[in-house]
Design a protein around this ligand. Structure first.
Ligand SMILES: Cc1cc2nc3c(=O)[nH]c(=O)nc-3n(C[C@H](O)[C@H](O)[C@H](O)COP(=O)(O)O)c2cc1C
Length: 190
């Protein structure tokens, strides 16, 4: 798959096989984030990788999945085998200024993951206080986002829609993701 095809075909996955993710693959993801563009090249982002069962068990209840599908309550047996916490070192840059940097880094990791046969879920609804307690991060590190990583146990597909933004799971748990149409997002092309 080339980069464009990877971007078009990548979909958020929230149900994972219980196959361990190779350490080298996770290091590749972090390296893809490390080399991303950052404002003023300040590189304030740090990464914390969680793979141990002990830590994942503590972590999992503090990640919130699929806000549009409140009835879906995935078990630990469906959970991601790797979790990457994206942090900002506030001695380098304030967290509010690191938002765009973290977006670039998370997208790089998400696309690199697809190339490695992995999938991801970018998670903003994580209980940061609880995660901080579990991991004991230093005070200079702000938790920005969490990236769930693993081998997909769920398919996903985008469809064009200007009617709804709510993704839904069908009876096979396939994720159907509406995307606004080209006509509605491309406002000028002169
Ligand atoms: C900033 C941000 C925060 C997100 N937070 C969550 C989250 O807390 N839980 C979740 O299940 N998905 C989360 N997502 C994933 C989105 O729901 C997903 O990207 C969207 O439904 C579009 O699907 P796609 O990634 O397959 O294109 C987040 C995505 C972004 C960019």
């Amino acid at each position: 798959m080339n980069v464009y095809e990877t971007i078009v075909n990548r979909r958020t996955v929230r149900k994972f096989k219980q196959t361990p993710v190779k350490k080298d693959d996770l290091l590749k993801l972090i390296n893809s984030a490390r080399l991303c563009p950052t404002g003023a090249n300040l590189q304030s982002l740090k990464y914390s990788v969680v793979t141990s069962e002990e830590k994942r068990k503590l972590f999992y209840p503090h990640l919130k999945y699929a806000g549009y599908i409140p009835d879906w309550d995935p078990s630990f047996e469906e959970s991601p085998m790797a979790i990457i916490v994206v942090l900002n070192d506030n001695t380098i840059k304030p967290a509010a200024k690191a938002e765009a940097d973290s977006g670039a880094a998370i997208m790089s990791m998400s696309l690199c993951a697809v190339e490695l046969g992995l999938d991801t879920c970018w998670i903003g609804s994580a209980n940061k206080n609880e995660i901080r307690k579990i991991m004991g991060y230093d005070d200079n590190l702000d938790i920005l986002y969490v990236l769930a990583v693993g081998y997909a146990d769920q398919e996903g597909e985008a469809f064009d829609s200007d009617e709804t933004v709510k993704y839904y799971f069908d009876e096979n748990l396939k994720n159907h993701v509406p995307k606004r149409t080209m006509e509605s997002v491309l406002i000028d092309f002169e």
